[in-house]
Design a protein around this ligand. Structure first.
Ligand SMILES: *Cc1c(COP(=O)(O)O)cnc(C)c1O
Length: 451
Protein backbone atom coordinates (compact mmCIF):
# COMPACT_ATOMS: atom_id res chain seq x y z
CA UNK A 1 0.00 0.00 0.00
CA UNK A 2 1.24 3.49 -0.85
CA UNK A 3 1.80 5.30 2.39
CA UNK A 4 -0.03 8.52 1.63
CA UNK A 5 -0.12 9.56 5.26
CA UNK A 6 3.52 9.45 6.19
CA UNK A 7 5.87 12.42 6.11
CA UNK A 8 9.08 11.21 4.52
CA UNK A 9 11.83 12.80 2.48
CA UNK A 10 9.81 13.02 -0.72
CA UNK A 11 6.91 14.59 1.20
CA UNK A 12 9.32 17.15 2.55
CA UNK A 13 10.58 17.98 -0.91
CA UNK A 14 7.04 18.36 -2.19
CA UNK A 15 6.15 20.50 0.80
CA UNK A 16 8.84 23.03 -0.06
CA UNK A 17 7.81 23.05 -3.71
CA UNK A 18 4.26 23.82 -2.68
CA UNK A 19 5.25 26.47 -0.15
CA UNK A 20 7.60 28.13 -2.62
CA UNK A 21 4.82 28.41 -5.15
CA UNK A 22 2.28 29.62 -2.59
CA UNK A 23 4.69 32.21 -1.25
CA UNK A 24 5.50 33.47 -4.71
CA UNK A 25 1.84 33.73 -5.57
CA UNK A 26 1.24 35.81 -2.46
CA UNK A 27 4.40 37.89 -2.75
CA UNK A 28 4.50 38.75 -6.42
CA UNK A 29 1.97 40.77 -8.29
CA UNK A 30 -0.81 38.47 -9.37
CA UNK A 31 -0.13 36.63 -12.62
CA UNK A 32 -1.00 38.58 -15.77
CA UNK A 33 -4.56 38.73 -16.98
CA UNK A 34 -5.42 36.58 -19.93
CA UNK A 35 -8.59 35.53 -21.73
CA UNK A 36 -10.31 32.32 -20.67
CA UNK A 37 -9.26 29.08 -22.35
CA UNK A 38 -11.76 26.62 -23.70
CA UNK A 39 -12.22 23.19 -22.12
CA UNK A 40 -10.66 21.67 -25.23
CA UNK A 41 -7.54 23.84 -24.99
CA UNK A 42 -7.05 22.97 -21.34
CA UNK A 43 -7.64 19.31 -22.04
CA UNK A 44 -5.06 19.38 -24.80
CA UNK A 45 -2.51 20.98 -22.50
CA UNK A 46 -3.22 18.98 -19.36
CA UNK A 47 -4.68 15.65 -20.45
CA UNK A 48 -5.86 13.05 -17.99
CA UNK A 49 -4.66 13.71 -14.46
CA UNK A 50 -6.38 11.08 -12.38
CA UNK A 51 -4.78 7.69 -12.99
CA UNK A 52 -4.55 4.41 -11.03
CA UNK A 53 -0.86 4.97 -10.22
CA UNK A 54 -0.87 8.74 -9.72
CA UNK A 55 1.34 11.33 -11.45
CA UNK A 56 3.47 12.09 -8.42
CA UNK A 57 3.27 15.36 -6.53
CA UNK A 58 5.96 17.15 -8.51
CA UNK A 59 4.25 16.49 -11.83
CA UNK A 60 0.79 17.29 -10.50
CA UNK A 61 2.07 20.57 -9.07
CA UNK A 62 3.83 21.36 -12.33
CA UNK A 63 0.57 20.88 -14.24
CA UNK A 64 -1.19 23.17 -11.82
CA UNK A 65 1.48 25.89 -11.97
CA UNK A 66 2.03 25.77 -15.71
CA UNK A 67 -1.42 25.09 -17.09
CA UNK A 68 -4.25 25.16 -14.59
CA UNK A 69 -3.43 28.26 -12.55
CA UNK A 70 -2.75 30.39 -15.66
CA UNK A 71 -6.16 29.28 -16.95
CA UNK A 72 -7.77 31.19 -14.07
CA UNK A 73 -8.15 34.95 -13.96
CA UNK A 74 -6.40 36.47 -10.93
CA UNK A 75 -9.35 37.94 -9.07
CA UNK A 76 -6.93 39.91 -6.88
CA UNK A 77 -5.28 41.61 -9.87
CA UNK A 78 -5.20 45.38 -9.40
CA UNK A 79 -7.00 45.89 -12.69
CA UNK A 80 -9.59 43.17 -12.17
CA UNK A 81 -12.58 45.49 -11.82
CA UNK A 82 -15.45 43.23 -12.90
CA UNK A 83 -18.23 41.84 -10.71
CA UNK A 84 -16.79 42.21 -7.20
CA UNK A 85 -13.05 41.48 -7.06
CA UNK A 86 -11.08 40.31 -4.04
CA UNK A 87 -7.89 41.61 -2.40
CA UNK A 88 -6.68 39.40 0.45
CA UNK A 89 -3.94 40.83 2.64
CA UNK A 90 -0.69 38.89 2.65
CA UNK A 91 -1.37 37.91 6.26
CA UNK A 92 -4.87 36.63 5.47
CA UNK A 93 -3.79 34.69 2.37
CA UNK A 94 -0.84 33.09 4.15
CA UNK A 95 -2.87 32.16 7.20
CA UNK A 96 -5.34 30.36 4.97
CA UNK A 97 -2.56 27.82 4.44
CA UNK A 98 -2.53 27.22 8.20
CA UNK A 99 -6.29 26.82 8.31
CA UNK A 100 -6.09 24.22 5.56
CA UNK A 101 -3.21 22.37 7.20
CA UNK A 102 -4.73 22.22 10.67
CA UNK A 103 -7.89 20.15 10.17
CA UNK A 104 -9.80 22.63 12.30
CA UNK A 105 -13.45 21.79 12.73
CA UNK A 106 -15.30 25.07 12.85
CA UNK A 107 -18.77 23.70 13.48
CA UNK A 108 -18.77 23.27 17.23
CA UNK A 109 -17.25 24.70 20.38
CA UNK A 110 -16.41 21.19 21.62
CA UNK A 111 -14.08 20.57 18.71
CA UNK A 112 -13.00 24.04 17.66
CA UNK A 113 -13.22 26.28 20.73
CA UNK A 114 -10.05 28.24 19.99
CA UNK A 115 -10.91 28.76 16.34
CA UNK A 116 -14.49 29.68 17.17
CA UNK A 117 -13.31 32.15 19.81
CA UNK A 118 -11.09 33.89 17.24
CA UNK A 119 -13.81 33.88 14.58
CA UNK A 120 -16.22 35.36 17.07
CA UNK A 121 -13.78 38.17 17.77
CA UNK A 122 -13.82 39.03 14.07
CA UNK A 123 -17.62 38.79 14.00
CA UNK A 124 -17.74 41.06 17.03
CA UNK A 125 -15.73 43.70 15.20
CA UNK A 126 -18.23 43.62 12.34
CA UNK A 127 -21.20 43.69 14.73
CA UNK A 128 -19.69 46.71 16.48
CA UNK A 129 -19.24 48.49 13.16
CA UNK A 130 -22.91 47.86 12.43
CA UNK A 131 -23.89 49.05 15.90
CA UNK A 132 -25.44 45.72 16.88
CA UNK A 133 -25.62 45.02 20.63
CA UNK A 134 -23.29 42.73 22.53
CA UNK A 135 -25.85 39.93 22.38
CA UNK A 136 -25.65 39.81 18.57
CA UNK A 137 -23.70 36.99 16.96
CA UNK A 138 -23.51 34.63 14.06
CA UNK A 139 -21.26 32.59 11.86
CA UNK A 140 -19.00 32.83 8.83
CA UNK A 141 -20.60 31.07 5.87
CA UNK A 142 -19.38 30.51 2.32
CA UNK A 143 -20.80 33.64 0.77
CA UNK A 144 -23.54 36.22 0.65
CA UNK A 145 -25.77 33.72 -1.11
CA UNK A 146 -25.54 31.22 1.75
CA UNK A 147 -25.86 34.04 4.29
CA UNK A 148 -29.00 35.49 2.74
CA UNK A 149 -30.62 32.07 2.57
CA UNK A 150 -29.79 31.19 6.17
CA UNK A 151 -31.01 34.58 7.42
CA UNK A 152 -34.32 34.28 5.58
CA UNK A 153 -34.80 30.69 6.78
CA UNK A 154 -34.35 31.96 10.35
CA UNK A 155 -36.78 34.81 9.70
CA UNK A 156 -39.47 32.51 8.35
CA UNK A 157 -38.98 30.04 11.16
CA UNK A 158 -39.53 32.90 13.57
CA UNK A 159 -42.70 34.02 11.78
CA UNK A 160 -44.04 30.47 11.67
CA UNK A 161 -43.42 29.78 15.31
CA UNK A 162 -44.98 33.08 16.35
CA UNK A 163 -48.51 32.24 15.23
CA UNK A 164 -50.83 29.38 14.36
CA UNK A 165 -51.94 31.12 11.20
CA UNK A 166 -50.80 29.29 8.09
CA UNK A 167 -50.75 31.56 5.04
CA UNK A 168 -51.25 30.31 1.51
CA UNK A 169 -47.81 31.71 0.63
CA UNK A 170 -44.93 33.25 2.58
CA UNK A 171 -43.16 36.23 1.05
CA UNK A 172 -40.40 38.79 1.50
CA UNK A 173 -40.30 42.35 0.24
CA UNK A 174 -37.19 43.28 -1.76
CA UNK A 175 -36.34 45.93 -4.31
CA UNK A 176 -35.45 45.52 -7.96
CA UNK A 177 -31.82 46.16 -7.07
CA UNK A 178 -31.65 43.31 -4.54
CA UNK A 179 -28.97 40.75 -5.37
CA UNK A 180 -29.96 37.73 -7.47
CA UNK A 181 -29.30 35.50 -4.44
CA UNK A 182 -32.49 36.81 -2.82
CA UNK A 183 -34.56 35.39 -5.67
CA UNK A 184 -32.48 32.22 -5.47
CA UNK A 185 -33.17 31.92 -1.72
CA UNK A 186 -36.87 32.49 -2.37
CA UNK A 187 -36.86 29.70 -4.94
CA UNK A 188 -35.18 27.28 -2.52
CA UNK A 189 -37.61 28.24 0.25
CA UNK A 190 -40.59 28.19 -2.13
CA UNK A 191 -41.65 31.68 -1.10
CA UNK A 192 -42.58 34.78 -3.10
CA UNK A 193 -40.68 38.03 -3.52
CA UNK A 194 -42.88 41.13 -3.47
CA UNK A 195 -41.07 43.81 -5.43
CA UNK A 196 -40.77 47.32 -4.05
CA UNK A 197 -39.89 50.29 -6.24
CA UNK A 198 -36.76 52.39 -5.93
CA UNK A 199 -36.91 56.14 -5.36
CA UNK A 200 -35.28 58.80 -7.56
CA UNK A 201 -31.94 58.04 -5.96
CA UNK A 202 -32.41 54.35 -6.82
CA UNK A 203 -32.85 53.45 -3.15
CA UNK A 204 -35.40 51.36 -1.39
CA UNK A 205 -37.26 53.49 1.16
CA UNK A 206 -39.74 52.81 3.92
CA UNK A 207 -42.48 54.44 1.83
CA UNK A 208 -41.85 51.99 -1.01
CA UNK A 209 -41.94 49.07 1.41
CA UNK A 210 -45.30 50.29 2.80
CA UNK A 211 -46.63 50.60 -0.71
CA UNK A 212 -45.42 47.10 -1.60
CA UNK A 213 -47.06 45.72 1.53
CA UNK A 214 -50.39 47.18 0.41
CA UNK A 215 -50.13 45.34 -2.89
CA UNK A 216 -49.73 41.92 -1.26
CA UNK A 217 -52.54 39.62 -2.40
CA UNK A 218 -54.81 37.94 0.19
CA UNK A 219 -53.41 34.74 1.65
CA UNK A 220 -49.81 35.88 1.17
CA UNK A 221 -47.95 36.70 4.35
CA UNK A 222 -44.83 38.86 4.29
CA UNK A 223 -42.38 37.94 7.05
CA UNK A 224 -39.25 39.92 6.12
CA UNK A 225 -37.92 42.90 4.22
CA UNK A 226 -34.56 42.74 2.47
CA UNK A 227 -32.64 45.99 2.13
CA UNK A 228 -29.35 46.23 0.26
CA UNK A 229 -26.47 48.21 1.72
CA UNK A 230 -24.29 48.59 -1.33
CA UNK A 231 -26.07 47.28 -4.39
CA UNK A 232 -23.82 45.09 -6.48
CA UNK A 233 -24.38 46.94 -9.73
CA UNK A 234 -24.03 50.56 -8.54
CA UNK A 235 -23.00 50.44 -4.88
CA UNK A 236 -26.14 52.21 -3.69
CA UNK A 237 -27.21 51.96 -0.07
CA UNK A 238 -30.94 51.72 0.59
CA UNK A 239 -32.58 54.07 3.05
CA UNK A 240 -32.08 51.65 5.92
CA UNK A 241 -33.54 53.97 8.54
CA UNK A 242 -37.01 54.37 7.03
CA UNK A 243 -37.09 50.71 5.99
CA UNK A 244 -36.25 49.70 9.57
CA UNK A 245 -39.10 51.91 10.84
CA UNK A 246 -41.64 50.22 8.57
CA UNK A 247 -40.33 46.81 9.65
CA UNK A 248 -40.78 47.81 13.29
CA UNK A 249 -44.32 49.08 12.62
CA UNK A 250 -45.43 45.85 10.95
CA UNK A 251 -43.35 43.47 13.05
CA UNK A 252 -41.32 42.30 10.06
CA UNK A 253 -37.82 40.84 10.12
CA UNK A 254 -35.34 43.41 8.78
CA UNK A 255 -32.54 41.78 6.79
CA UNK A 256 -29.68 43.90 5.47
CA UNK A 257 -27.68 42.44 2.62
CA UNK A 258 -24.37 44.28 2.90
CA UNK A 259 -22.35 41.53 1.22
CA UNK A 260 -20.37 43.99 -0.86
CA UNK A 261 -20.95 47.34 0.83
CA UNK A 262 -20.71 46.37 4.50
CA UNK A 263 -16.96 46.90 4.45
CA UNK A 264 -17.61 50.63 4.16
CA UNK A 265 -18.93 50.60 7.74
CA UNK A 266 -15.23 50.76 8.61
CA UNK A 267 -14.82 53.99 6.62
CA UNK A 268 -15.74 57.21 8.45
CA UNK A 269 -16.53 58.95 5.14
CA UNK A 270 -19.20 56.38 4.28
CA UNK A 271 -20.49 54.87 7.50
CA UNK A 272 -23.16 57.51 8.14
CA UNK A 273 -24.95 56.28 5.01
CA UNK A 274 -25.72 53.07 6.87
CA UNK A 275 -27.84 54.70 9.56
CA UNK A 276 -30.52 52.19 10.52
CA UNK A 277 -28.37 49.08 10.06
CA UNK A 278 -28.14 48.86 13.85
CA UNK A 279 -31.84 47.95 13.84
CA UNK A 280 -31.37 44.95 11.53
CA UNK A 281 -32.45 41.49 12.63
CA UNK A 282 -29.77 40.03 10.39
CA UNK A 283 -26.86 41.37 8.36
CA UNK A 284 -24.59 39.76 5.77
CA UNK A 285 -21.11 41.16 5.04
CA UNK A 286 -18.62 39.36 2.75
CA UNK A 287 -15.01 39.81 3.92
CA UNK A 288 -13.98 37.97 0.74
CA UNK A 289 -15.13 40.98 -1.22
CA UNK A 290 -13.91 44.23 0.31
CA UNK A 291 -12.43 43.21 3.66
CA UNK A 292 -9.31 41.60 2.31
CA UNK A 293 -10.02 37.98 3.18
CA UNK A 294 -9.45 35.05 0.80
CA UNK A 295 -12.40 33.05 -0.54
CA UNK A 296 -14.66 32.00 0.87
CA UNK A 297 -15.82 34.12 3.76
CA UNK A 298 -19.12 35.81 4.52
CA UNK A 299 -20.19 37.04 7.93
CA UNK A 300 -23.79 36.35 8.90
CA UNK A 301 -24.89 38.26 11.99
CA UNK A 302 -28.14 38.08 13.93
CA UNK A 303 -29.57 40.54 16.40
CA UNK A 304 -31.09 37.58 18.30
CA UNK A 305 -28.91 34.54 17.59
CA UNK A 306 -31.22 32.32 19.64
CA UNK A 307 -33.92 32.70 16.99
CA UNK A 308 -31.48 31.54 14.32
CA UNK A 309 -30.43 28.63 16.52
CA UNK A 310 -34.03 27.47 16.81
CA UNK A 311 -34.24 27.49 13.02
CA UNK A 312 -30.94 25.85 12.15
CA UNK A 313 -29.98 23.49 14.97
CA UNK A 314 -29.67 19.95 13.63
CA UNK A 315 -30.89 17.14 15.85
CA UNK A 316 -29.35 13.68 15.93
CA UNK A 317 -28.55 11.21 18.68
CA UNK A 318 -24.83 11.39 17.97
CA UNK A 319 -24.85 15.23 17.96
CA UNK A 320 -26.24 15.44 21.47
CA UNK A 321 -22.77 15.86 23.13
CA UNK A 322 -22.41 19.14 21.22
CA UNK A 323 -25.40 20.67 23.00
CA UNK A 324 -23.46 21.84 26.01
CA UNK A 325 -24.57 25.44 26.17
CA UNK A 326 -21.52 26.65 24.27
CA UNK A 327 -21.44 28.56 20.98
CA UNK A 328 -21.71 26.17 18.04
CA UNK A 329 -21.34 28.10 14.78
CA UNK A 330 -23.20 25.43 12.81
CA UNK A 331 -26.37 26.26 14.72
CA UNK A 332 -26.65 29.62 13.00
CA UNK A 333 -26.75 28.67 9.32
CA UNK A 334 -27.80 25.91 6.98
CA UNK A 335 -24.59 23.98 7.52
CA UNK A 336 -23.01 21.38 9.80
CA UNK A 337 -19.37 20.70 9.01
CA UNK A 338 -17.62 23.95 8.33
CA UNK A 339 -14.15 25.27 7.64
CA UNK A 340 -13.06 27.90 10.17
CA UNK A 341 -13.13 30.32 7.27
CA UNK A 342 -13.20 33.40 9.46
CA UNK A 343 -9.67 32.73 10.70
CA UNK A 344 -7.73 34.38 7.86
CA UNK A 345 -9.73 37.56 8.51
CA UNK A 346 -9.14 37.23 12.23
CA UNK A 347 -5.40 36.72 11.76
CA UNK A 348 -5.08 39.72 9.49
CA UNK A 349 -7.14 41.88 11.86
CA UNK A 350 -5.10 40.71 14.82
CA UNK A 351 -1.88 41.38 12.89
CA UNK A 352 -2.65 44.80 11.44
CA UNK A 353 -5.33 46.19 13.71
CA UNK A 354 -8.63 47.69 12.63
CA UNK A 355 -7.17 51.09 11.73
CA UNK A 356 -5.35 49.57 8.77
CA UNK A 357 -8.72 48.29 7.53
CA UNK A 358 -10.30 51.69 7.88
CA UNK A 359 -7.47 53.27 5.90
CA UNK A 360 -7.54 50.63 3.16
CA UNK A 361 -11.30 50.89 2.64
CA UNK A 362 -11.14 54.70 2.73
CA UNK A 363 -8.38 54.60 0.15
CA UNK A 364 -10.49 52.62 -2.34
CA UNK A 365 -13.51 54.88 -1.77
CA UNK A 366 -11.28 57.89 -2.46
CA UNK A 367 -9.95 56.25 -5.60
CA UNK A 368 -13.50 55.66 -6.86
CA UNK A 369 -14.31 59.32 -6.21
CA UNK A 370 -11.15 60.43 -8.04
CA UNK A 371 -11.69 58.35 -11.14
CA UNK A 372 -15.36 59.42 -11.18
CA UNK A 373 -14.15 63.03 -11.33
CA UNK A 374 -11.85 62.19 -14.23
CA UNK A 375 -14.74 60.51 -16.04
CA UNK A 376 -17.09 63.43 -15.37
CA UNK A 377 -14.62 65.83 -16.97
CA UNK A 378 -14.06 63.69 -20.08
CA UNK A 379 -16.21 64.72 -23.07
CA UNK A 380 -16.29 61.18 -24.43
CA UNK A 381 -17.71 59.74 -21.23
CA UNK A 382 -20.91 60.02 -19.19
CA UNK A 383 -20.72 59.31 -15.48
CA UNK A 384 -24.02 57.65 -14.51
CA UNK A 385 -23.98 58.61 -10.82
CA UNK A 386 -21.52 59.90 -8.26
CA UNK A 387 -20.18 56.76 -6.58
CA UNK A 388 -21.54 56.17 -3.08
CA UNK A 389 -19.02 53.42 -2.41
CA UNK A 390 -16.41 51.99 -4.77
CA UNK A 391 -18.47 51.20 -7.87
CA UNK A 392 -18.09 53.63 -10.75
CA UNK A 393 -20.52 53.27 -13.67
CA UNK A 394 -20.29 55.27 -16.87
CA UNK A 395 -20.90 55.18 -20.59
CA UNK A 396 -18.79 55.82 -23.65
CA UNK A 397 -20.78 58.26 -25.75
CA UNK A 398 -21.90 56.89 -29.07
CA UNK A 399 -21.12 53.26 -28.36
CA UNK A 400 -23.46 50.42 -29.24
CA UNK A 401 -23.76 47.32 -27.05
CA UNK A 402 -21.41 45.30 -29.23
CA UNK A 403 -18.68 47.91 -28.96
CA UNK A 404 -18.75 47.58 -25.17
CA UNK A 405 -18.57 43.79 -25.43
CA UNK A 406 -15.79 43.89 -28.01
CA UNK A 407 -13.74 46.37 -25.97
CA UNK A 408 -14.15 44.31 -22.79
CA UNK A 409 -12.94 41.17 -24.55
CA UNK A 410 -9.97 42.98 -26.09
CA UNK A 411 -9.05 44.53 -22.77
CA UNK A 412 -8.78 41.10 -21.13
CA UNK A 413 -7.11 39.36 -24.03
CA UNK A 414 -4.48 42.09 -24.23
CA UNK A 415 -3.78 41.61 -20.51
CA UNK A 416 -4.62 45.23 -19.69
CA UNK A 417 -7.59 44.84 -17.39
CA UNK A 418 -10.73 42.86 -16.70
CA UNK A 419 -13.78 45.12 -16.97
CA UNK A 420 -17.11 43.61 -17.96
CA UNK A 421 -20.04 45.70 -19.14
CA UNK A 422 -23.26 45.95 -17.16
CA UNK A 423 -26.72 47.35 -17.81
CA UNK A 424 -28.10 50.44 -16.10
CA UNK A 425 -31.66 51.60 -16.86
CA UNK A 426 -31.80 49.17 -19.77
CA UNK A 427 -28.68 50.57 -21.41
CA UNK A 428 -25.22 49.10 -21.49
CA UNK A 429 -22.53 50.73 -19.36
CA UNK A 430 -19.01 50.22 -18.11
CA UNK A 431 -18.58 49.40 -14.44
CA UNK A 432 -15.47 49.57 -12.30
CA UNK A 433 -15.72 47.85 -8.92
CA UNK A 434 -12.65 48.81 -6.89
CA UNK A 435 -11.75 46.87 -3.75
CA UNK A 436 -7.99 46.54 -3.99
CA UNK A 437 -5.70 49.10 -2.36
CA UNK A 438 -3.20 48.09 -5.07
CA UNK A 439 -5.39 49.65 -7.76
CA UNK A 440 -4.01 53.02 -8.82
CA UNK A 441 -5.51 56.13 -10.38
CA UNK A 442 -2.95 55.89 -13.18
CA UNK A 443 -3.98 52.30 -13.83
CA UNK A 444 -7.61 53.38 -14.08
CA UNK A 445 -6.75 56.34 -16.33
CA UNK A 446 -4.87 53.94 -18.56
CA UNK A 447 -8.08 51.95 -19.01
CA UNK A 448 -10.04 55.11 -19.88
CA UNK A 449 -7.39 55.94 -22.50
CA UNK A 450 -8.33 52.81 -24.42
CA UNK A 451 -11.96 53.91 -24.86
C1 LIG B 1 -21.93 39.43 -3.98
C2 LIG B 1 -23.24 39.68 -3.36
C3 LIG B 1 -24.04 38.63 -2.89
C4 LIG B 1 -23.64 37.19 -3.08
O1 LIG B 1 -22.50 36.90 -2.38
P1 LIG B 1 -21.63 35.59 -2.72
O2 LIG B 1 -20.54 35.70 -1.72
O3 LIG B 1 -21.18 35.76 -4.14
O4 LIG B 1 -22.50 34.41 -2.55
C5 LIG B 1 -25.21 38.94 -2.26
N1 LIG B 1 -25.60 40.22 -2.12
C6 LIG B 1 -24.88 41.26 -2.57
C7 LIG B 1 -25.39 42.65 -2.38
C8 LIG B 1 -23.67 41.02 -3.22
O5 LIG B 1 -22.96 42.06 -3.69
Amino acid sequence: MTDMHSYDESTDELAWQIFRYALNRVRLDPPPLDGPRSAREIERAVGVTITPDGLGGTRALELFIEELAPSCISTDHQRYLSFVPTAPTEAAALFDVVVGASSLYGGSWLEGAGAVYAENEALRWLADLAGLPGSAGGVFVSGGTAGNLSALVAARHHARSGSDFIPRRWAVVASTSAHSSIAAAAAVMDIDVVQADLDDHRRLTGAAVSEALESVPPGVSVFAVVATAGSTNLGIIDDLETVSEVCATYGLWFHVDAAYGGAALAAPSACQRFVGIDRADSVVIDPHKWLFSPYDCAALLYLHPEIARQAHLQHADYLEPLENGEWNPSDYAHVLTRRARGLPLWFSLATHGTRAYTEAVEHTIGLARDIAAVIASDDRLDLIIEPELSVVAFRRRGWEDDEYREWSRWLLESGRAFVTPTTVDGEMAIRFCIVSPRTTLDGLRGILDTL
